[in-house]
Design a protein around this ligand. Structure first.
Ligand SMILES: [Zn+2]
Length: 98
């Protein structure tokens, strides 16, 4: 029966993927490799989110300050952007419609 190229692929994410692509239950070493791979991916993602947090928070503070300084413009732009993202009730903007 065919195996991942050489048995050296067992115990790796490549081996795990090979098992799955061939409709097999992965062997124990491949399952362990997949578990480690997923843990590392989750850890890496968390680390990246932590690293990006100060930048994201600075952006949010800047947005908040702009919203305070230019409330009408901010609201208009926000509503424009929201239209593409969420379903807004028809014309509920406090009678400010032009
Ligand atoms: Zn395997």
């Amino acid at each position: 029966m065919p195996r991942p190229r050489g048995t050296s692929a067992h115990g790796t994410i490549t081996g795990y993927t090979w098992h799955k692509n061939n409709g097999e239950e992965p062997c124990e070493p491949c399952l362990l490799a997949k578990r480690d791979y997923s843990r590392e991916a989750a850890r890496s993602k968390k680390q990246q989110e932590r690293a990006e947090a100060p930048r994201r928070e600075a952006w949010q503070r800047a947005c908040a300050r702009l919203a305070e300084r230019y409330p009408a413009e901010f609201r208009e732009i926000l509503m424009e952007e929201m239209r593409g993202v969420i379903q807004l009730p028809p014309d509920d903007d406090e009678g400010e419609a032009a």
